[in-house]
Design a protein around this ligand. Structure first.
Ligand code: 5AD
Ligand code: SF4
Length: 463
């Protein structure tokens, strides 16, 4: 009997990409492929790319280049490039010129066609390129190969219509399209029946959920429906936008024990002129008002943000306003980025005329991180002595005698491990005894709230 062909998917970027990779894997399982744990033994390698910053693109280009050698020594190996970079004309031109060893290029809008595209590859010698410029209707009921364990991701809205001037996403992911509430609820109910307890709903901009449906819905409607499903313990939603963060949503979060009390509010910049040029459609004052409403309604909220430094034309005074905003809000954590010009976006044109010099960009990033690390440590020190429920995700990378997991508000917690007791994928009360900038640690403070997960997961180190 012939052995099944194997596949390996290398995923860059955000959770939306992770979810797309699960759907690609599901389709491959259905046509008789088997997952391979590494790229070394795979018959098909798919590179699911991210275009949000130059650094993510450079990693993918490097990996595509490396695979040439592998293809030379294993000519039957098939290579496919997918994801956001594939939507960019520059990538397709680069592959044609520098990477003819790639067999297939497909984009974010036609990943449901993967089996047919692989048939095309077997009929052609040259690279098959099928990238749709725009999205069709949402395709439902695709097979999917999810990770085992208790944590699952569910798409609720695709695309983004916000057109922030630095961002490539509206070009690579197309216009906003919400999934029908009934279909999302059915999917989550089926996941709960399979033993998934921690659900993260996904979208480039989840706060727009339902605005395009008839009747119009709010993200709060969806989260409340999902919270009522038996077996679901925790609900997360990523990524929100401050602009459409409704008061109704704040109240829904405040009243729910299941909806995470982690609120991610990407501010991007602290000065009004920069926010205006970024096309964020809120002001510093409006954002701070939102933050104070969130803090008032959800006193135990954990707030995080995304910040870009070195946007074209950003002055030292603009940057000081970002630092000042960070001091005012006191985020638990911040994801900080140096502005990266994305071809085809308005800000990339301004970068040509009015760039912030590289050493200044780096210096601003360092100053911002130093401030944020100090605040993160102080926020974590406030957790000392508290008992938190932790979902154990795996062994600590640095110490196999320690479990690593996360609280409902997404803080990493380490706890001592008794090798005789398997806590993986279980919700465990932990008393916090130590606080560092990036994690907390403590000891078990009671019996796990949940039994062993129905599907065993491979123990992956977390940190
Ligand atoms: N340069 C730097 N950071 C960016 N982000 C999005 N586009 C860019 C860019 N061109 C950041 C934003 C966003 C996060 C996902 O990535 O902060 O919230
Ligand atoms: Fe990009 Fe802005 Fe849309 Fe977020 S809201 S994906 S930053 S355009």
């Amino acid at each position: 009997m012939a052995t099944a062909p194997t596949y390996y998917i290398k995923t860059y970027g955000c959770q939306m990409n992770e979810r797309d990779s699960e759907i690609m894997a599901g389709q491959l399982d259905q046509i008789g492929y088997q997952a391979s744990p590494t790229d070394a033994d795979a018959d098909l390698i798919i590179i699911n790319t991210c275009a949000v910053r130059g650094s993510a693109e450079d990693h993918a280009f490097g990996y595509i280049g490396q695979l040439k050698q592998m293809k030379d020594s294993h000519p039957d190996l098939q290579l496919a490039v997918a994801g956001c970079m594939a939507q960019e004309p520059g990538t397709v031109a680069w592959i044609k010129r520098h990477a003819p060893h790639v067999d297939l290029v497909f984009g974010t809008h036609n990943l449901h066609e993967l089996p047919r595209l692989l048939d095309e590859v077997s009929e052609h010698d040259e690279t098959v390129i099928e990238v749709w410029k725009s999205a069709g209707d949402v395709v439902e009921h695709l097979p999917s190969h999810r990770n085992d364990g208790v944590r699952a991701f569910v798409n609720i809205i695709y695309g983004c219509d916000k057109f922030c001037t630095y961002c490539i996403v509206p070009f690579t992911r197309g216009k906003e399209r919400s999934r029908e509430l009934r279909l999302v609820v059915d999917e989550v109910r089926a996941l709960a029946d399979e033993g998934y307890q921690d659900i993260t709903v996904l979208g480039q901009n989840v706060n727009s959920y339902g605005h395009d449906l008839d009747p119009v819905l709010d993200l709060a409607d969806l989260l409340e429906s999902l919270a009522s499903i038996d077996g679901i313990r925790w609900l997360h939603y990523i990524t929100p936008h401050p602009r459409d963060f409704s008061q109704r949503l704040i109240e829904a979060i405040a009243q729910s024990q299941k909806i995470t009390h982690h609120v991610h509010l990407p501010v991007q910049a602290g000065s009004n002129p920069i926010l205006k040029r970024m096309n964020r459609k809120y002001t510093r004052e409006g954002y701070l008002d939102l933050v104070s409403r969130v803090k008032k309604a959800i006193p135990d909220v954990s707030l995080t943000t995304d910040i870009i430094v070195g946007f074209p034309g950003e002055t030292e005074d603009d940057f000081q306003q970002t630092l000042d905003l960070v001091r005012t809000v006191r985020y638990d954590a911040a994801f900080t980025f140096i502005y990266s010009p994305r071809e085809g976006t308005p800000a990339a044109r301004w970068e040509g005329r009015d760039p912030v010099p590289n050493p200044i960009k780096k210096d601003r990033l360092n100053r911002l991180m130093e401030l944020q690390y100090q605040i993160s440590l102080e926020a974590n020190l406030n957790m000392l002595g508290k008992t938190e429920v932790v979902l154990v995700e795996g062994l600590s990378r640095k110490n196999p005698n320690v479990w690593a997991g996360r609280t409902q508000s997404n803080k990493v917690v380490l706890l001592d491990r008794d090798p005789a007791v398997d806590l993986i994928d279980r919700f465990v009360p932990v008393r916090i005894e130590q606080a560092k900038t990036f994690y907390l640690s403590g000891c078990q403070a009671g019996a796990p709230l949940s039994g062993p997960a129905p599907r065993r997961r491979i123990e992956l180190p977390l940190m």
